[in-house]
Design a protein around this ligand. Structure first.
Ligand code: FAD
Length: 492
């Protein structure tokens, strides 16, 4: 199918909207004509998310998918009205926030109506007694955190995509920020929210620090990826801005040594805000001038908070690193990381050279972590066309870690970019599953991982599908994601 010379990647099951003008007029009637468009230039702006293969496609005049109508509702009642119309007309609806998702979650693979969340971006209130902030879900991450910082607080949620992602998108994918080892993932930070369900009802989970009020239904919407409801507002925990921040770095002989040291730190109930382990490949890429880390595994730490506690955390961290073969590399590697942590030009530099590049984050208990790391490198390196596979570990728990792989390769002559991309993904995910890991830590499922959900969930996946059917009987909300195998290449 062509749209002004572009080739569409996802064409299967695309909905055929017969009376688009009528639907558009109905939408204009409920949310205003200034908030609805089907102009080609607007449709083109919503054809992709930040999945890296999208950049390769863009270089070849390919687009992932095409919506039919774009809407910019101004409040949750308008979202509810849009969903009611979509149910009457059996048209897909795709919540779209900042489009920084990397697993195809916001791509309108069946066409339909985009609900752009950006007009729901107000901060409602900070409550200093409760240490909470309440904001609309379309708020940009950087706007929220900057506002908090100016008032003397932080939410502690600082993903690399802070400048280009939203509160609702974080909840939808169960995001993790760079400081998650201290402050937690978004599901540990958000304590209340409002959601518009697929049929248009609006429900509220009131903010509460802990409760025993029946099942935690709100958990359904963490990681719901816009398939079970649209989050319109959330209340988050906040903290007073840290009075002290300390930078520490140590190089270790092997990845196993770095795992031992960091695991022992967490066992002491010490939570540096940031811990990042770089394997020896990434260490030489990111810290080429640090002689002491040559051929080693760099670990950077940031401890922050109350100054006396930070001093204590620092002394424990240093002692455990030294006792476990760590070599002190000073503060410069951490300063370098702090300065460069939002730079993402590496990824966009690849497509012009026909390199297919991506990152895959997975989760593991400590016991399997080293095995997963080595298995993934071994299996990925066996794949014809693979040029590089490296890893860092950036999210830490007393019980395990989130491991982040980066790969790049050039498809062999008989394979398209997309087929090669899928092979890379499947090879890495299979190695993770075989070694006892979990398939996603914070980027979500979307399209890219949905065919692996059965490995993760087993029979539970049927229950999840039943819940989806009950909430969304017409399957209008973000179809083709999580529960449906849009990539049909997942055979193990
Ligand atoms: C350079 C880069 C760095 C990144 N770094 C990190 C990182 O450090 N940590 C991390 O966790 N992720 C990271 N990501 C991934 C990405 O930023 C997250 O997945 C983010 O949570 C998506 O937010 P968004 O607002 O852009 O959502 P979108 O991409 O617009 O949407 C993502 C999904 O959420 C759904 N959705 C959006 N808003 C709502 C809502 N209000 N209610 C219900 N569903 C909704 C959409 O339908 C879609 O399925 C990074 C991405 C990039 C490109």
């Amino acid at each position: 199918m062509n749209f002004k010379g572009f080739e569409l990647i996802y064409t299967e099951d695309r909905c055929d909207i017969k009376h688009k003008d009528e639907i558009e007029n109905k939408l204009k009637g409920v949310i205003g004509k200034e908030n609805v468009s089907s102009e080609q230039i607007d449709l083109l702006a919503y054809t992709r998310d930040a999945s890296l293969i999208g950049m390769n496609w863009a270089m070849e005049d390919k687009i992932a998918a095409l919506p039919h109508i774009i809407t910019w509702p101004e409040n949750e009642f308008q979202i509810s009205d849009i969903l009611k119309i979509a149910n009457e007309e059996k048209v897909p609806v795709i919540p779209f926030a900042e489009g920084s998702g990397v697993v195809g979650g916001a791509i309108p693979i069946r066409g339909g109506i985009i609900i752009d969340m950006k007009k729901l971006s107000n901060i409602i209130e900070i409550n200093d007694t409760d240490l909470t902030v309440t904001a609309q879900a379309g708020i940009n991450g950087m706007n929220l955190e900057t506002y908090l910082n100016k008032k003397g607080y932080t939410a502690g949620h600082i993903p690399q995509s802070l400048y280009t992602s939203s509160l609702g998108g974080w909840i939808a994918h169960r995001a993790a920020g760079q400081f998650s080892t201290k402050y937690g993932k978004i599901e540990e930070i958000v304590i209340g929210m409002r959601v518009v369900l697929p049929l248009g009802e609006i429900i509220e989970f009131k903010p509460i620090p802990g409760a025993s009020t029946g099942p935690q239904l709100n958990k359904l919407f963490f990681g719901g990826e816009g398939t079970l409801g649209i989050v319109t507002k959330a209340t988050l925990k906040i903290w007073p801005s840290p009075s002290k921040r300390t930078f520490i770095s140590y190089a270790f002989p092997t990845i196993e040594d770095s795992f031992t040291a960091t695991r022992k730190i967490l066992r002491e109930h010490i939570f540096p805000a940031v811990i990042r382990i770089y394997d020896n490949f990434e260490t030489s890429r990111h810290f080429p001038n640090v002689e002491l880390s040559k051929d080693k595994v760099m670990v950077v730490f940031v401890c922050e908070g109350n100054s006396e506690l930070v001093d204590l955390e620092e002394s424990f961290t240093r002692k455990i690193c030294v006792d476990n073969k760590g070599i002190d590399c000073g503060i410069h590697p951490v300063e370098h990381w702090m300065e460069s942590r939002f730079r993402v030009t590496e990824t966009s530099s690849m497509p012009p050279y026909k390199i297919v590049f991506d990152t895959i984050e997975v989760a593991s208990l400590w016991e399997n972590a080293a095995n997963i790391y080595h298995s993934v490198l071994e299996k990925a390196n066996e794949l014809p066309g693979m040029l590089m596979i490296t890893a860092h570990v950036s999210h830490f728990y007393p019980n395990g870690v989130g491991i982040y792989f980066s790969f790049g390769g050039v498809p062999p002559k008989d394979k398209s970019d997309f087929v090669f991309y899928q092979e890379c993904w499947n090879t890495i995910i299979k190695a993770v599953i075989d070694a006892g890991g979990s398939i996603a830590h914070h980027h979500g499922i979307g399209i890219t991982r949905s065919h692996w959900m059965i490995n993760e969930w087993g029979k539970g996946l049927e229950t999840l599908k039943e819940i989806k059917k009950v909430l969304d009987p017409n399957n209008i909300l973000n179809p083709g994601k999580i529960y449906e195998e849009t990539w049909k290449t997942g055979e193990i």
